[in-house]
Design a protein around this ligand. Sequence first.
Ligand code: KG4
Ligand code: ZN
Length: 338
Amino acid sequence: MPTPFRILGIETSCDETAAAVVDGGSTIVSSIVSSQIDLHARFGGVVPELAGRAHVELLTPVLDEALAGSGSDASGRGIGAVAVTYGPGLIGSLLVGVAEAKALSLAWGVPLIGVNHLEAHLIASMLEQPDLGWPLVVLLVSGGHTLLVAVTDPGRYGLLGGTVDDAAGEAFDKVSRFLGLGYPGGPAIDRVADTGDPTAFSFPRSLPGHGLDFSFSGLKTSVVNTVRKHPEAKTADVAASFRQAVVDVLVTRTRQAAVEVGARAICLAGGVAANSLLRRRTEELASDLGIGAFLPSRALCTDNAAMVAAAGWWRLELGVPSPMDLGVDPNLRLVSTA
Ligand code: KG4
Ligand code: ZN
């Protein structure tokens, strides 16, 4: 194992501009996240062109703050490598982060490490508690992805299942927009659902095929049809019943996955991991199975650069740095390595 050293992480794949300095792959020294929520809220979702331009404006001050918070500065003093998300994500947004990371890597004479955003979310779930016991089952639920992954150690994982249509976060965002609850939809529905009756409507729990896949587009359509048929329905009841259906499906599949791989613990990752009902139900599931559960703090669930720096450390540990002609890949996937 190499001497622990500091990595600067940069994250600009969607609507958060983030930079962080992480020591030895696990100690967060500084982490700054500038959210563009206010910018996109009035459009009901992320506008790619606006996101790219905002990253250009925000990245320098965010980087300055993250470097200053780690006792460094624009000279890159004490920084041993620069890690950056190169996919998946919005192409214009990814380009801003990767161009900056290349410039810093060249100027400071340190390695450049391209990081898969999904792998970073997986590592985030382990950052605060590295000794969970292997194998782990991670439920990675974000705005763009819904995946069940078996992790045998950081950097080695096998894909167990994924969504065949909408991601869980996407379903939250679309239903929220339809209900007039705003953007981002997950937190809005989560708040309103707490005041509603989760048994008011029986929405479908779709479990496609015999594997560990997910499907959320039928559920979303069912919510729309139900509200059109019952315009008098209380929004809080619809939100609570919808949240209950999404979480039922996520927990059912996670239970199957944990049993199938003989998991010693379950982890949540990605923005939807901030959902209060999913967190409660995951803890109940783990205690029922007699295994560990780890729910990262909400700041580590949603997009941040500490997870990028930590994933970069593991990438470097397992291989070689990225070349200077590293491109961006908006459709980058998570590939099984176990
Ligand atoms: O991981 P993330 O920050 O960005 C992506 O990589 O997509 O996830 C953002 C997603 C959004 O769809 C947002 O609505 C959802 O996470 N989200 C939630 C909650 N907080 C954020 N979904 C359900 N409940 C929440 N409390
Ligand atoms: Zn993400």
